[in-house]
Design a protein around this ligand. Structure first.
Ligand code: SF4
Ligand code: SF4
Length: 280
Protein backbone atom coordinates (compact mmCIF):
# COMPACT_ATOMS: atom_id res chain seq x y z
CA UNK A 1 0.00 0.00 0.00
CA UNK A 2 1.44 3.38 -0.99
CA UNK A 3 1.16 6.23 1.49
CA UNK A 4 1.96 9.94 1.39
CA UNK A 5 5.14 11.31 2.94
CA UNK A 6 6.74 14.74 2.74
CA UNK A 7 10.43 15.62 2.62
CA UNK A 8 11.42 19.18 3.61
CA UNK A 9 14.94 20.22 2.56
CA UNK A 10 15.80 22.91 5.09
CA UNK A 11 19.00 23.94 3.31
CA UNK A 12 17.01 25.13 0.28
CA UNK A 13 14.65 27.46 2.17
CA UNK A 14 15.17 31.20 1.70
CA UNK A 15 12.26 32.39 3.87
CA UNK A 16 10.29 33.83 0.92
CA UNK A 17 7.01 32.88 2.66
CA UNK A 18 5.37 31.66 -0.56
CA UNK A 19 4.36 28.42 1.20
CA UNK A 20 2.69 30.36 4.02
CA UNK A 21 0.91 32.70 1.60
CA UNK A 22 0.01 29.87 -0.79
CA UNK A 23 -1.61 27.96 2.07
CA UNK A 24 -3.56 31.07 3.08
CA UNK A 25 -4.64 31.49 -0.53
CA UNK A 26 -5.88 27.91 -0.65
CA UNK A 27 -7.74 27.75 2.65
CA UNK A 28 -8.80 31.23 3.82
CA UNK A 29 -12.49 31.75 2.98
CA UNK A 30 -12.56 28.37 1.20
CA UNK A 31 -14.43 25.36 2.53
CA UNK A 32 -13.58 21.85 1.35
CA UNK A 33 -16.34 19.61 2.62
CA UNK A 34 -15.04 16.46 4.31
CA UNK A 35 -11.56 17.97 4.51
CA UNK A 36 -11.59 21.34 6.21
CA UNK A 37 -13.64 24.43 7.03
CA UNK A 38 -12.22 27.82 5.97
CA UNK A 39 -9.04 28.95 7.71
CA UNK A 40 -9.37 32.29 9.52
CA UNK A 41 -7.45 35.18 7.92
CA UNK A 42 -5.41 35.84 11.08
CA UNK A 43 -3.88 33.75 13.84
CA UNK A 44 -3.42 30.43 12.04
CA UNK A 45 -0.07 29.28 10.67
CA UNK A 46 -0.81 25.89 9.14
CA UNK A 47 2.63 26.27 7.54
CA UNK A 48 4.65 27.93 10.26
CA UNK A 49 7.96 29.54 9.23
CA UNK A 50 10.42 29.13 12.10
CA UNK A 51 13.66 31.14 12.27
CA UNK A 52 16.96 30.25 14.00
CA UNK A 53 19.37 33.18 14.39
CA UNK A 54 22.97 32.89 15.49
CA UNK A 55 26.31 34.68 15.78
CA UNK A 56 27.31 38.21 16.66
CA UNK A 57 28.17 41.28 14.57
CA UNK A 58 29.76 41.17 12.00
CA UNK A 59 29.14 37.43 11.51
CA UNK A 60 25.47 36.58 11.91
CA UNK A 61 23.20 34.19 10.09
CA UNK A 62 19.56 33.13 10.09
CA UNK A 63 18.15 29.80 8.99
CA UNK A 64 14.54 28.97 8.27
CA UNK A 65 12.38 25.88 8.59
CA UNK A 66 8.75 25.45 7.53
CA UNK A 67 6.75 23.40 10.03
CA UNK A 68 3.29 21.90 9.74
CA UNK A 69 1.15 18.90 10.69
CA UNK A 70 3.28 15.75 10.37
CA UNK A 71 0.41 13.34 9.64
CA UNK A 72 1.67 11.01 12.36
CA UNK A 73 0.99 7.27 12.29
CA UNK A 74 0.69 7.16 16.07
CA UNK A 75 -0.98 10.55 16.38
CA UNK A 76 -1.62 11.87 19.91
CA UNK A 77 -4.32 14.15 18.49
CA UNK A 78 -6.32 11.05 17.46
CA UNK A 79 -6.04 9.60 20.96
CA UNK A 80 -7.89 12.52 22.57
CA UNK A 81 -10.41 13.02 19.74
CA UNK A 82 -13.97 11.92 20.48
CA UNK A 83 -16.65 10.66 18.11
CA UNK A 84 -14.12 9.78 15.39
CA UNK A 85 -13.31 13.47 14.93
CA UNK A 86 -9.87 12.65 13.51
CA UNK A 87 -9.30 9.95 10.96
CA UNK A 88 -6.17 8.37 9.55
CA UNK A 89 -6.72 7.61 5.90
CA UNK A 90 -5.32 4.48 4.28
CA UNK A 91 -2.91 6.73 2.35
CA UNK A 92 -1.40 8.07 5.60
CA UNK A 93 -3.07 11.49 5.64
CA UNK A 94 -4.64 12.65 8.93
CA UNK A 95 -7.87 14.63 8.58
CA UNK A 96 -9.53 16.59 11.39
CA UNK A 97 -13.24 16.42 10.61
CA UNK A 98 -14.51 20.02 10.54
CA UNK A 99 -17.97 19.00 11.84
CA UNK A 100 -17.27 16.17 14.32
CA UNK A 101 -14.39 18.09 15.96
CA UNK A 102 -16.58 21.04 17.02
CA UNK A 103 -15.85 22.05 20.61
CA UNK A 104 -12.89 19.66 21.00
CA UNK A 105 -10.22 22.15 22.03
CA UNK A 106 -8.19 19.42 23.74
CA UNK A 107 -7.05 18.32 20.27
CA UNK A 108 -4.97 21.53 20.04
CA UNK A 109 -3.03 20.73 23.23
CA UNK A 110 -2.55 17.06 22.35
CA UNK A 111 -0.30 17.74 19.36
CA UNK A 112 3.40 17.53 20.35
CA UNK A 113 4.30 19.55 17.26
CA UNK A 114 2.01 22.50 18.06
CA UNK A 115 0.59 22.07 14.59
CA UNK A 116 -3.11 22.45 15.48
CA UNK A 117 -4.83 25.87 15.62
CA UNK A 118 -8.12 26.73 17.27
CA UNK A 119 -10.73 28.43 15.10
CA UNK A 120 -12.50 30.70 17.59
CA UNK A 121 -15.38 31.55 15.29
CA UNK A 122 -16.25 27.98 14.29
CA UNK A 123 -14.98 26.42 17.54
CA UNK A 124 -12.98 23.73 15.76
CA UNK A 125 -9.30 22.60 15.73
CA UNK A 126 -7.56 22.91 12.35
CA UNK A 127 -4.22 21.85 10.81
CA UNK A 128 -2.63 21.55 7.36
CA UNK A 129 -4.47 18.63 5.72
CA UNK A 130 -1.67 17.67 3.30
CA UNK A 131 -3.68 19.43 0.60
CA UNK A 132 -5.68 16.18 0.46
CA UNK A 133 -8.62 17.73 -1.44
CA UNK A 134 -6.22 18.57 -4.29
CA UNK A 135 -4.50 15.16 -4.30
CA UNK A 136 -7.92 13.47 -4.32
CA UNK A 137 -8.96 15.56 -7.32
CA UNK A 138 -5.95 14.44 -9.36
CA UNK A 139 -3.11 16.73 -8.33
CA UNK A 140 0.18 14.84 -8.29
CA UNK A 141 1.82 17.27 -5.88
CA UNK A 142 0.69 19.26 -2.88
CA UNK A 143 0.10 22.98 -3.34
CA UNK A 144 3.09 23.56 -1.05
CA UNK A 145 5.37 22.11 -3.70
CA UNK A 146 3.90 24.13 -6.54
CA UNK A 147 4.38 27.48 -4.78
CA UNK A 148 7.90 26.97 -3.40
CA UNK A 149 10.46 28.48 -5.82
CA UNK A 150 13.43 26.52 -4.45
CA UNK A 151 11.98 22.99 -4.32
CA UNK A 152 12.09 22.68 -0.54
CA UNK A 153 9.13 20.27 -0.49
CA UNK A 154 8.95 16.81 -2.06
CA UNK A 155 5.88 14.66 -1.47
CA UNK A 156 6.13 10.96 -2.20
CA UNK A 157 3.45 8.29 -2.31
CA UNK A 158 5.39 5.12 -1.63
CA UNK A 159 5.24 2.03 0.57
CA UNK A 160 6.53 2.32 4.14
CA UNK A 161 9.39 -0.03 3.18
CA UNK A 162 10.43 2.23 0.29
CA UNK A 163 10.19 5.30 2.53
CA UNK A 164 12.35 3.68 5.21
CA UNK A 165 14.99 3.09 2.50
CA UNK A 166 14.81 6.72 1.33
CA UNK A 167 15.05 7.96 4.94
CA UNK A 168 18.26 5.98 5.37
CA UNK A 169 19.78 6.85 1.99
CA UNK A 170 19.11 10.60 2.27
CA UNK A 171 19.78 10.94 6.02
CA UNK A 172 16.27 12.25 6.75
CA UNK A 173 15.07 13.02 10.25
CA UNK A 174 11.67 13.73 11.78
CA UNK A 175 11.17 16.99 13.65
CA UNK A 176 11.75 16.88 17.39
CA UNK A 177 8.56 16.88 19.49
CA UNK A 178 7.90 19.20 22.44
CA UNK A 179 7.70 16.24 24.85
CA UNK A 180 10.37 13.93 23.40
CA UNK A 181 7.78 11.41 22.16
CA UNK A 182 7.86 9.71 18.76
CA UNK A 183 4.39 9.80 17.19
CA UNK A 184 5.78 8.35 13.94
CA UNK A 185 5.51 11.44 11.71
CA UNK A 186 5.26 11.19 7.92
CA UNK A 187 7.04 14.52 7.35
CA UNK A 188 10.83 14.23 7.23
CA UNK A 189 13.50 16.91 7.29
CA UNK A 190 16.62 16.91 5.13
CA UNK A 191 19.78 18.88 5.96
CA UNK A 192 18.17 19.89 9.23
CA UNK A 193 21.64 20.55 10.67
CA UNK A 194 21.57 24.01 9.08
CA UNK A 195 18.66 24.87 11.42
CA UNK A 196 19.76 23.07 14.58
CA UNK A 197 23.57 23.40 14.56
CA UNK A 198 25.84 26.32 15.50
CA UNK A 199 29.08 27.78 14.11
CA UNK A 200 32.34 29.21 15.38
CA UNK A 201 33.62 32.02 13.18
CA UNK A 202 36.28 34.68 13.26
CA UNK A 203 38.84 36.61 11.26
CA UNK A 204 42.61 36.23 10.90
CA UNK A 205 45.00 39.13 10.26
CA UNK A 206 48.76 39.69 10.23
CA UNK A 207 50.89 42.73 11.17
CA UNK A 208 53.36 43.96 8.55
CA UNK A 209 55.25 47.15 9.40
CA UNK A 210 52.40 48.33 11.56
CA UNK A 211 49.79 47.63 8.88
CA UNK A 212 47.16 44.96 9.53
CA UNK A 213 46.38 42.70 6.55
CA UNK A 214 43.69 40.06 6.08
CA UNK A 215 45.19 36.57 5.93
CA UNK A 216 43.77 34.40 3.17
CA UNK A 217 44.24 30.65 3.13
CA UNK A 218 45.00 30.13 6.83
CA UNK A 219 44.01 26.67 8.10
CA UNK A 220 41.68 26.90 11.09
CA UNK A 221 40.80 23.82 13.16
CA UNK A 222 38.58 23.37 16.19
CA UNK A 223 39.55 20.87 18.88
CA UNK A 224 37.97 19.57 22.05
CA UNK A 225 39.87 17.19 24.32
CA UNK A 226 42.35 16.53 21.52
CA UNK A 227 39.65 15.58 19.01
CA UNK A 228 39.18 17.67 15.87
CA UNK A 229 35.53 18.77 15.52
CA UNK A 230 35.83 20.79 12.33
CA UNK A 231 38.05 22.86 10.09
CA UNK A 232 37.88 25.73 7.62
CA UNK A 233 40.12 28.01 5.57
CA UNK A 234 40.11 31.80 5.72
CA UNK A 235 38.72 33.62 2.68
CA UNK A 236 39.99 36.78 0.94
CA UNK A 237 38.74 38.88 3.87
CA UNK A 238 40.51 36.65 6.40
CA UNK A 239 37.17 35.28 7.63
CA UNK A 240 36.49 31.66 8.59
CA UNK A 241 33.42 29.79 9.75
CA UNK A 242 33.41 26.25 11.13
CA UNK A 243 29.85 24.97 10.83
CA UNK A 244 27.71 21.99 11.79
CA UNK A 245 28.67 22.06 15.47
CA UNK A 246 26.42 21.00 18.34
CA UNK A 247 24.89 23.57 20.68
CA UNK A 248 26.36 23.74 24.19
CA UNK A 249 29.74 22.34 23.15
CA UNK A 250 31.57 23.93 26.06
CA UNK A 251 35.29 24.71 26.05
CA UNK A 252 37.07 24.28 22.69
CA UNK A 253 40.39 25.35 21.20
CA UNK A 254 40.64 27.17 17.88
CA UNK A 255 44.02 26.57 16.18
CA UNK A 256 45.21 28.73 13.31
CA UNK A 257 48.12 27.83 11.03
CA UNK A 258 49.54 29.91 8.19
CA UNK A 259 53.05 29.95 6.68
CA UNK A 260 54.73 28.46 9.77
CA UNK A 261 52.95 30.90 12.09
CA UNK A 262 50.33 29.57 14.47
CA UNK A 263 48.03 30.71 17.21
CA UNK A 264 45.59 28.98 19.59
CA UNK A 265 42.58 30.47 21.31
CA UNK A 266 40.34 28.81 23.93
CA UNK A 267 36.68 29.74 23.75
CA UNK A 268 33.43 28.60 25.34
CA UNK A 269 30.76 27.57 22.81
CA UNK A 270 27.10 27.56 23.76
CA UNK A 271 25.37 29.08 20.74
CA UNK A 272 26.93 30.33 17.46
CA UNK A 273 29.99 32.42 18.24
CA UNK A 274 32.09 35.09 16.49
CA UNK A 275 35.45 35.09 18.28
CA UNK A 276 36.74 38.33 16.73
CA UNK A 277 39.97 39.03 14.86
CA UNK A 278 43.06 37.02 15.72
CA UNK A 279 46.44 38.40 14.71
CA UNK A 280 49.18 35.89 13.86
S1 SF4 B 1 1.41 16.63 13.87
FE1 SF4 B 1 -0.05 16.89 15.53
S2 SF4 B 1 -1.99 17.27 14.51
FE2 SF4 B 1 -0.65 16.39 12.99
S3 SF4 B 1 -1.06 14.18 13.09
FE3 SF4 B 1 0.69 14.58 14.43
S4 SF4 B 1 -0.24 14.85 16.45
FE4 SF4 B 1 -1.91 15.07 14.96
S1 SF4 C 1 8.16 28.74 -0.25
FE1 SF4 C 1 9.96 27.42 -0.07
S2 SF4 C 1 11.72 28.84 0.03
FE2 SF4 C 1 9.87 30.04 0.43
S3 SF4 C 1 9.68 30.06 2.68
FE3 SF4 C 1 8.45 28.33 1.94
S4 SF4 C 1 9.82 26.58 2.02
FE4 SF4 C 1 11.10 28.40 2.15
Amino acid sequence: MSKWNMIVDVQKCNNCYNCFVGTKDEYVDNEFKGYTAPQPLHGHEWVDMKRAEGGQYPMVEAQFRPEMCNHCDDAPCMKVAKNGAIKKRADGIVIIDPIKSKGQKEIVDACPYNAVFWNEELEIPQAWPFDAHLLDSGWEKTKLETVCPTDVFRSLKVSDQEMAKIVKEEGLKPRETSDGSNPKPRVYYKNDFVFTSVFVGGSVASQNDGIEDCVQGAAVSLFQDGKELGRAETDAFGDFKITNLSKGLGKVTVKIDHNSKNQSVDVEVDESLYIGCITI
